[in-house]
Design a protein around this ligand. Structure first.
Ligand code: ADP
Ligand code: MG
Length: 690
């Protein structure tokens, strides 16, 4: 938790406060003085008598006790300054704006570490270094502009980059997006984005806390912490959206299994975000749009009414909504007729509802009332209303504001005339409203928010695997201490302990034994080499063998393939080729994957991932999000696959790797699936103990 002194200081000292408003030390002091901080402000500057009307202290030693120190001095002076403040001045809140630390190299990193140790020793909180500062309801401690309008219901925004934080605020403020706090964590020497999120969770107050949280992340150092607090905040009614830029390092290691290659570096981040219920955005504009949607009433269904006086934007909006899985249902019946009577001739109420260029504020109000009260087929409204500039539209926007207050169904305003109706839009925003200037961006954001499954309660899956048996097998393997691929024996034992169905099979070392085992298993059969990792690549898989003679022949050929230590015999099965697997992703834990086998994986990369431990919902969700899901369901008379059986296998894979974290990669490829059963015919498991 962040210290009280950082979050709610009674006194603030700006070290390096300046008269020059073009310097961080000058601008931050100005922002503090012009803001609403009501405690004492001190300035330390050896070269000035007074700065911006405040008497200067020549050094930190001459300061009284203070809560929060903001450092705008060269990096090399920061350590000694913080030592004095922490040890002698009771200071427990520190913000270091200065650059020249870890971002510049090893020396800077060590300096940062020493400073962190000092701050930790007094149980203080440190934000930065190399950041723009902090804005919250108590003080506005940043050296940048703009300072957003502070609103307790606005967004809490935590950013790993100061400059990006500014640009995101700049993107949101003109449209009316408000903020309740902004934390820029810079190099995160002590406090990272995840830690501030934890703080927001721990201090959450149902009366006063914001329900919308935005994150800009460049790295995720503590995925576990992020997951825990994001879920906890969800349960408290918060909505979270994030941009995560860059790719994880964990995933960039070379991977030799199929799953390994498919688990793209970013897949773990996607999976973490999905699991944490965080809506992942890929641009500032998208983040702002999603945050703005969050600030409206929640949609309880996906059926939208598009209300407009201009055809073009309405059509674009309908397109993007339907691509996004929303609906714009036709509106008809007696109530629709009744509404049409109240509009000018030529209007349409079919949805989009078009009240024509001559439509009035009163008509707009009537349409909204019908959508709210009479049209049960509608869950939410989008109103597109601009102006060609002939007359003002204040009355329209005031009506809109009034209806947004009184209606239970959400209403999203698209006011595109940011030039012609600049003043009217400003007035609308001053009423606490948010404008979506672009209907397509809004349509995408609504779809994204509505379709994210994060509101659903997640039930932990019951234990399906035999933990004791799995540990026995792994511990036995570890005694021989061999990192690398497991042989068929341990692989079979692990699959059995996890309850993952696999085909019957026999491993043989002699031709005679091969023939005997073939008769036992029954024809047709499949022969495979044991030893080579990718068997087909070395002609080490022969399908559909129908006689003992062919078994003998193939045995003789295959046993000579390099690295082959034995031959595996299986019955020849039929079914749809699927694959499942798991890959360890550093601090993220294991990413479990699923997809259709064969060309679907190779050519279409049709793969879904989820972080272990999976819940049943997550496992089913992964399968249903596959592009080829229609084939799994069964298409055009073709038999499909039992998705519950597959989800069950995914849960078992998840629990297997959770029980045996030594598994770095595993692959069930293929699983052969039918309407009633799914079975693994090929499995690889790679152990890595590090
Ligand atoms: P590898 O992946 O090492 O090349 P597999 O054991 O996966 O070897 O076999 C290659 C392909 O042969 C599989 O993808 C599948 O299409 C087919 N196959 C393997 N075993 C069977 C089996 N028991 N029944 C039917 N087809 C099989
Ligand atoms: Mg295979």
């Amino acid at each position: 938790m962040l210290s009280r002194e950082l979050v709610q200081p009674n006194s603030i000292a700006v070290i390096g406060g300046s008269n020059n408003l073009h310097k961080p030390g000058g601008k931050i002091l100005q922002n503090l003085l012009e803001g609403n901080f009501s405690g004492e402000i001190y300035v330390v500057n050896p070269r000035e008598k007074s700065v911006q009307g405040i008497k200067c202290h020549p050094d930190v030693g001459s300061l009284p006790e203070i809560d929060l120190a903001i450092l705008a001095i060269a990096a090399r002076f920061c350590l000694e300054t913080i030592e004095v403040l922490a040890r002698n001045k009771g200071c427990k809140g520190f913000i270091i704006l200065s650059a020249g630390f870890a971002e510049e190299g090893e020396e800077g990193r060590i300096l940062e570490q020493k400073i962190t140790e000092v701050v930790n020793s007094v149980r203080g909180s440190l934000i930065g270094p190399n950041c723009i500062g902090v804005i919250n309801p108590v003080y506005q401690g940043v050296f940048t502009s703009p300072i957003p309008k502070l609103d307790p219901r606005g967004c809490d925004f935590i950013s790993g980059s100061g400059a990006t934080a500014v640009f995101i605020m700049e993107a949101g403020i003109p449209n009316g997006l408000t903020f309740s706090s902004v934390y820029s964590v810079g190099n995160s020497a002590q406090t990272g984005v995840e830690d501030v999120l934890a703080h927001l969770d721990e201090c959450f107050d149902p009366e006063s806390s914001s329900r919308v949280i935005l994150l800009y992340l460049e790295t995720i150092e503590k995925p576990g912490l992020l997951l825990k607090h994001a879920l906890s905040l969800h349960r408290k009614g918060c909505k979270i959206a994030a941009i995560k830029s860059g790719i994880t390092e964990a995933g960039s290691r070379a991977a030799s299994s199929h799953t390994g290659a498919l688990a793209t570096p970013d897949a773990a981040v996607d999976a973490l975000m999905a699991k944490a219920g965080i809506i992942r955005c890929s641009s500032r504009e998208e983040l702002v749009a999603v945050a703005s949607v969050f600030q409206h009433r929640e949609l309880e269904g996906k059926r939208m009414a598009v209300i407009t006086h201009a055809g073009g934007p309405a059509v674009m909006l309908c397109d993007v909504l339907s691509v996004g899985g929303m609906e714009v249902p036709a509106i008809d019946g007696p109530k629709a007729e009744e509404l049409l009577e109240k509009l000018y001739p030529g209007s349409s109420v079919a949805n989009p509802i078009d009240i024509l260029a001559t439509g009035t504020a009163e008509q707009l109000g009537t349409v909204i009332d019908y959508c709210e009260k009479e049209f049960e087929e509608i869950d939410g409204m989008i109103v597109i209303f601009g102006t060609p500039g002939l007359f003002p539209v204040n009355d329209v926007y005031r009506t809109l504001d009034g209806k947004m207050k009184s209606c239970r169904k959400p209403i999203y305003p698209v006011l595109p005339s940011i030039v012609n109706a600049r003043e009217e839009i400003e007035e609308f925003i001053s009423l606490g409203r948010i404008n979506f200037p672009d209907e397509v961006r809004l349509g995408r954001a609504i779809s994204k928010v509505y379709n994210s499954p994060f509101m659903k309660v997640r039930e932990k899956a019951p234990k399906l695997v035999s933990v004791i048996k799995i540990r026995e097998v792994i511990d036995e393997v570890l005694k021989r201490c061999t990192d690398g691929y497991l042989g068929p024996g341990p692989v079979q034992e692990l699959l059995d302990a996890a309850g993952i169905p696999r085909t019957r099979e026999a491993v043989v070392n002699t031709k005679a034994d091969a023939v005997i085992k073939s008769e036992e298993l029954g024809f047709p059969l499949v022969l495979k080499v044991v030893g080579p990792v990718h068997k087909s690549d070395v002609a080490g898989v022969v399908l559909n063998i129908t006689s003992p003679e062919r078994v003998a022949e193939e045995f003789e050929r295959m046993i000579q393939i390099p690295n082959t230590v034995a031959i595996l015999i299986q019955p020849m099965l039929s079914g749809m080729e699927l694959f499942s697997g798991a890959k360890r992703e550093g601090k993220f834990g294991h990413l479990v994957l699923c997809g259709m086998g064969g060309i679907f994986v190779e050519a279409m990369r049709d793969v879904q991932g989820g972080l272990a431990p999976l819940t049943l919902e997550e496992a089913l969700g992964m399968i249903r999000q596959l592009k080829s899901y229609a084939i799994i369901e069964g298409i055009r008379g073709e038999e499909g696959v039992d998705e519950h059986a597959w989800a069950d296998i995914l849960l078992r894979v998840s629990q297997l790797v959770e029980t045996a974290p030594e598994i770095a990669e595993m692959d069930l490829n293929p699983l052969l699936g039918k309407k009633d059963v799914i079975m693994a015919v090929d499995a690889r498991i790679r152990i890595e103990t590090r």
